[in-house]
Ligand binder design. Structure first.
Ligand SMILES: [Zn+2]
Length: 454
């Protein structure tokens, strides 16, 4: 979809007619000052961009296979990959890493590597090496030189070209990022921080898979004093570890579901509860009940927008009256790739793009005439693996419940009505948050369009 289409679409957007109250955040320069003083950016270590370490020896040489697997793991960690994919194809075996949500191709191997490579990973994860027809799931605790252990979840699935292996790299012992480093703009940060002071109620992070919902919740959880409060979580899998927080891994295979865990957790005298995900009626009702009986409940729901979440809760069978009395705030989010600070390119946008940007976030921009935007450098640089992007930044919208919204929820109002009211109440739509981040040079218009679509 072209930006032209987008601009045309935007102008007919049903919510654009709503007159929003003036925000008190001033111009983009003011925002930038607050932003620059809080955001420190990602880690500064230099990533080795050599993606072509060759594996010596033949596929039949056991030592060569062990060395190859170690090479794959170490390079995946070095590139901060979330997943390692080993894919048998018709004529080769492809190994690629998912980094910041996108694939980096690591290696193409001869087909003779296919079976010994998968066999080696099966041995490491205690799976049956003689089973090739059924899917298998396992775990690897990979000991690094120096004593650090990295946990990996292994999934093996037969395909027409052989077994495909996907390894999820878990962030064992890793602390969640600090709240101030997530990319939450000041107008959203004040709202979230205010709700951390509530004595009860539910705060939800929503978005598709891989949008950073749990990371946001854990960064929020880290704001509490675990010595003063009993903080307990139910997770699948446990990704971060926060000192003083009781992390529990649920296990649906033995009927230890989120709902079962939540029932037990409520007998553990909790103050703050984090439920990994609400996806069924029982968990939804238990979570809502817990939040109106004196607990702060954090959870995630797989929905596309803040207002959509309210409807999802209704559809899950939660009484709208209970929703209005429990819900405090909904954070809807996506992750966008951050432009590489070393090589991003500034440019003067066309009149059409300028009109689009000013139309959405003009009230923040002092010098609209000389608007500058940034884009990824073609071929990037060594620091960004020649992609032009490095790390990711969250795009957010934060909906707070208000009396008017509660009324609308109880009247079973449409999503559009809820959205208009939420914006009237001060919610900055995720698109505006995203465009502001492009104006600040954090990401590009192209990236926003690819993440948010229309
Ligand atoms: Zn770069």
């Amino acid at each position: 979809m072209s930006l032209t289409d987008l601009v045309t679409k935007k102008s007919t957007d049903s919510t654009s007619a709503v007159q929003k109250p003036e925000k008190k955040w001033g111009t983009v320069d003011d925002l930038f000052r607050v932003w620059a003083s809080s955001a420190t950016g990602g880690p500064k270590d230099i990533i080795d961009s050599d993606l072509n370490i060759s594996s010596n020896g033949s596929a039949n040489d056991e030592t060569a296979i062990i060395t190859l697997v170690n090479d794959v793991f170490l390079n995946a960690f070095r590139h901060k990959s979330s997943d390692i994919h080993i894919e048998p194809r018709e004529k080769n075996v492809k190994i690629r890493f998912r980094v910041d949500g996108n694939f980096i191709s690591y290696k193409d191997l001869d087909l003779s590597y296919k079976n010994p490579l998968i066999a080696r990973i099966k041995i490491m994860s205690y799976l049956r090496i003689d089973e090739h027809r059924l899917p298998q799931d396992g775990k690897i605790n990979y000991k690094m030189f120096g004593g650090k252990t990295i946990d990996m979840r292994v999934s093996i699935l037969p395909t027409i070209y052989g077994e495909k292996c996907v390894i999820r790299v878990l962030k064992k012992d890793e602390r969640p990022p600090e709240l101030k480093n997530l990319g939450i703009m000041p107008y959203n940060m004040v709202k979230l921080k205010a709700h951390l002071k509530d004595s009860f109620g539910m705060i939800l992070a929503v978005g598709p898979t891989g949008s950073g919902k749990s990371t946001t919740l854990f960064s929020l959880l880290s704001q509490f004093d675990s010595e003063e409060k009993n903080i307990s979580t139910l997770e699948d899998p446990v990704e971060y570890r926060i000192p003083g927080v009781n992390h529990t891994q649920i296990n649906p295979a033995i009927k230890f579901s989120f709902a079962a865990g939540l029932r037990s957790l409520l007998r553990q005298d909790p103050d703050i509860i984090m439920v990994g995900e609400i996806r069924d009626e029982e968990t939804a009702k238990l979570a809502v009940e817990a939040s109106i009986t004196g607990h702060i409940v954090f959870s995630t729901i797989h929905t596309n927008s803040a207002v959509h979440t309210i409807q999802r809760l209704v559809n899950l069978g939660v009484d709208p009256l209970l929703i209005t009395s429990s819900l405090r705030a909904i954070v809807s989010q996506r992750l966008a790739r951050k432009l590489c600070a070393e090589c991003k390119v500034s440019y003067t946008p066309t009149d059409q793009v300028k009109e689009f940007v000013v139309g959405k976030v003009g009230k923040y921009i002092k010098d609209q005439e000389n608007l500058t935007l940034y884009k990824a450098k073609e071929d990037g640089c060594d620091r960004c693996n020649h992609t032009g992007y490095r790390g990711r930044v969250g795009l957010y919208e934060v909906l707070e419940m208000s009396d008017k919204l509660e009324e609308l929820v109880l009247r079973n109002a449409s999503k559009t009505q809820l959205e208009i009211q939420a914006i009237w109440d001060g919610m900055v739509p995720i698109k505006e948050d995203a465009i502001l981040k492009a104006v600040l040079g954090e990401t590009s218009i192209e990236e926003i369009l690819s993440v948010l679509g229309t």
